[in-house]
Design a protein around this ligand. Structure first.
Ligand code: NDP
Length: 325
């Protein structure tokens, strides 16, 4: 029998309870995986609380990121075979020891990358990939601000942006996190709990502002983030760790300097098989060439997923976090 965290009611971390579940054989187009590690993501919190709605309703198994070994293959699956090492970043139901998953959502993990690293990086790393290379094309001419620089996405994005030649400014909530971010690509890191980050960004850019702000904090950093951006720059709002941004008058983008605004999601950038493979291969390249290191800074048994959520929400984690079945 497989073990899975099943959410039967929305709520706090205490609703994450482990259960034994009977797994059917993989259906057409599916494979069965024995999971080696599961990635923890802030999006898992949004589904647990109900900020984002599960497509299947209650009950549901949360989680979107994991890696493991294929143990069975359903009809019609041609790209994968039993024994393949695979990972994914978009298939709901990751918090489980074994699971079935649509083969179209999987990629093979290259030999030089461990399954633990793959589980830690697929969702967060492909997010950094599209944010820096597709939503906005970051290069040597770019100055950028990345909030929550010491977080899972933040530490990957800092290293990747530095490899692309940008001037990389981050924010973080403690001295320890500032030092961690400075060791992962950031040129400057501002403590947004104690400093005025708008003034500091203006100082650091000689008054000009940055080309692009990547904001996953949401409510607490809006609208101040807009004041960090140079005229015709871009505001990328990609998360809600402090709560969602409230409705606003779009005229604010004119007042702040003819700004561009976008609210992207990874799933919109890996919706087709070629897009998924290109994004994953780009991530594998930067990791295998050591341009980006993946920091697994916290590991919890899957049964203690609730404790992992508590730590993530209370800002006690840095880098990436794994749940081990
Ligand atoms: P993180 O590891 O970055 O954890 C969130 C961090 O946000 C915290 O460590 C904390 O850092 C900071 N934070 C600021 N305010 C709060 C608050 N009120 N409560 C909790 N944390 C706060 O998480 P992830 O790497 O998993 O995700 C980062 C963000 O990116 C999330 O908002 C997530 O939803 C978003 N995301 C969006 C994707 C997309 O495609 N749109 C895909 C992947 C992630 P500090 O202590 O330094 O302030």
């Amino acid at each position: 029998m497989a073990q899975a965290i099943v959410v039967r009611e929305l709520g706090g971390p205490e609703v994450l309870k482990m259960e034994g579940v009977t797994l059917a054989p993989p259906g057409p187009g599916e494979v069965q995986i024995r999971q080696v590690a599961i990635g923890l993501n802030f999006i898992d919190v949004y589904f647990r609380t109900g900020l984002y709605k599960s497509a299947t309703g209650l009950p549901f198994v949360p989680g979107k990121e994991g890696a493991g070994i294929i143990t069975a293959v359903g009809d019609g699956v041609r790209l994968f075979a039993v024994g393949d090492r695979v990972a994914y970043a978009s298939a709901d139901g990751a918090y489980a020891s074994e699971r079935n998953v649509e083969a179209s959502q999987l990629v093979k993990v290259p030999d030089g990358i461990s399954l633990e690293t793959a589980a830690a990086m697929m969702l967060k790393g492909m997010t950094a990939q599209y944010l820096l290379n597709q939503t906005f094309q970051v290069g040597p001419e770019t100055a950028l601000l990345f909030h929550a620089a010491a977080g899972g996405v933040g530490l990957i994005a800092g290293q990747w942006a530095k490899a692309l030649g940008a001037i990389v400014i981050g924010t973080a909530g403690s001295q320890e996190k500032i030092e961690l971010a400075l060791a992962h690509g950031y040129d400057h890191v501002i403590n947004y709990n104690t400093e005025n980050f708008v003034e500091r960004v203006r100082e650091l850019t000689g008054g000009r502002g940055v080309d692009v702000v990547y904001d996953s904090v949401g409510r607490d950093t809006f609208p101040a983030s807009l004041d960090c951006i140079k005229p015709r720059g871009m505001w990328v709002s990609f998360g809600n760790s402090s709560g969602p941004v409230d409705a606003f008058n779009i005229g604010i983008l004119a007042q702040k300097g003819s700004l561009f605004a976008t609210r992207p999601t990874l799933f919109g950038y890996i919706a087709t098989r070629p897009a998924l493979e290109a994004c994953a291969n780009s991530l594998f390249d930067v990791v295998q060439s050591n341009k980006v290191r993946i920091n697994i800074n916290q590991t919890y048994p899957l049964a203690e997923a609730g404790r992992a959520h508590t730590d993530l929400e209370s800002r006690r984690t840095s880098g990436t976090t794994l749940l081990i079945p």
